[in-house]
Ligand binder design. Structure first.
Ligand code: UTP
Length: 318
């Protein structure tokens, strides 16, 4: 029997992980390898998300996958033959690495036959929810939000202020044109949340010019959404790029008076969805890695010196 929502420490039973996108910014790798399986040092993004969902205390990982991306789910299988061979050879550390994903979470697959947008992908997960779930978390495997724990803060905000809660990061004004930017107002003074990091959302502007940006708080891939999101998703029309956009459904809810707040994350964010964000994430994790860190630091220092001297051996690519 599945646990009720109230048995979950933050009231979140299901984490929805949309992983059915085409990953065009990672071609040609994504012809055959889903971007969610690209490793950050040695661990795929999807496993890092499972770790975050596990830490939140969720019990269901609803992974939205495309028909050609079933390998994403395979990552959570048991691999008994591999485990046996490694164990016979005394490779206990590697055995643990193989078994870790399955121990963190067991995923439920939800198929998205065509990439009709993030909102469409999230909407499909309604079919796996229990009746007692009034809230869901959405974690985009493209986004690493570090240190982990922002959803726990978001759940505390929902507990006090109700509605839905989104994660934001504060970026330099000149970078806002890359993001969905929040239009916000202050929370009431008598509320116990930190007014510096919790704001009420009154609207969103997609990729504005700096002079038109309502704030420097931009959306990241963590959402705590009231169950009403599914009804809103059914009522919106395809938006930008002809896709069903999650932000359009959230805006509809805001217009209809549903409270939406942001928690401004105090930490790091890596965007694994494109090489320009993925490479720094690998460097960051690599430098912090006890085994690889020191040698990587030396290698990076050498590579930088070579580049500065105009002696890079790496082939130039577009
Ligand atoms: P992105 O737009 O960043 O991912 O969607 P993408 O479409 O794979 O990337 P590019 O632009 O082609 O390189 C954000 C998240 O939503 C999922 C993606 O897998 C990613 O985790 N997504 C997007 C879906 O699951 N289904 C969709 O139809 C679109």
């Amino acid at each position: 029997m599945s646990l009720s929502s109230t048995d979950h420490p933050h009231g979140v039973k299901t984490v929805i992980v949309p992983a059915a996108g085409m990953g065009t910014r990672f071609l040609p790798a994504t012809k055959t390898v889903p971007k969610e399986l690209l490793p950050v040092v040695d661990t795929p993004g999807i496993e890092l998300i499972a770790e975050e969902a596990n830490a939140l205390g969720a019990s269901r990982l609803a992974v939205i996958v495309a028909p050609n991306k079933q390998e994403v789910l395979r990552h959570f299988e048991q691999f008994p033959n591999l485990v046996e061979t490694l164990a016979e050879r005394g490779k206990t550390e590697q055995v643990e690495k193989v078994q870790r994903a399955a121990k963190l979470m067991s995923p439920v697959a939800v198929e998205q036959a065509k990439p009709l947008g993030l909102g469409h992908a999230v909407g499909l997960a309604e079919s796996v929810l229990d009746d007692d779930e009034d809230v869901v978390a959405v974690m985009l495997p493209d986004d690493l939000v570090l240190p982990m724990g922002v959803l726990e803060k978001m759940a505390a905000v929902r507990a006090e202020l109700g509605g839905s809660v989104l994660c934001a990061v504060d970026v330099p004004l000149e970078d806002v044109f890359n993001y969905g930017v929040f239009d916000v107002e202050e929370i009431p003074a008598d509320c116990s949340q930190d007014a510096e990091t919790v704001k009420r959302v009154i609207g969103m502007v997609e990729k504005p010019e700096p002079e038109e940006a309502p704030s420097t708080f931009v959306a990241t891939g963590r959402y705590l959404l009231d169950r009403g999101i599914f009804a809103a998703l059914k009522r919106i029309k395809p938006g930008k790029g002809g896709e069903i956009q999650l932000t359009d459904a959230i805006e509809l809810m805001i217009r209809e008076g549903h409270p939406v707040h942001i928690v401004v994350h105090q930490g790091k964010r890596h965007d694994l969805g494109n090489p320009a964000g993925y490479i720094p994430a690998c460097v960051d994790f690599g430098l912090a890695h006890p085994k690889y860190g020191p040698a990587l630091k030396r290698a990076i220092t050498e590579i930088l010196a070579e580049h500065e001297a105009g002696r890079s051996g790496a082939a130039e690519q577009d």
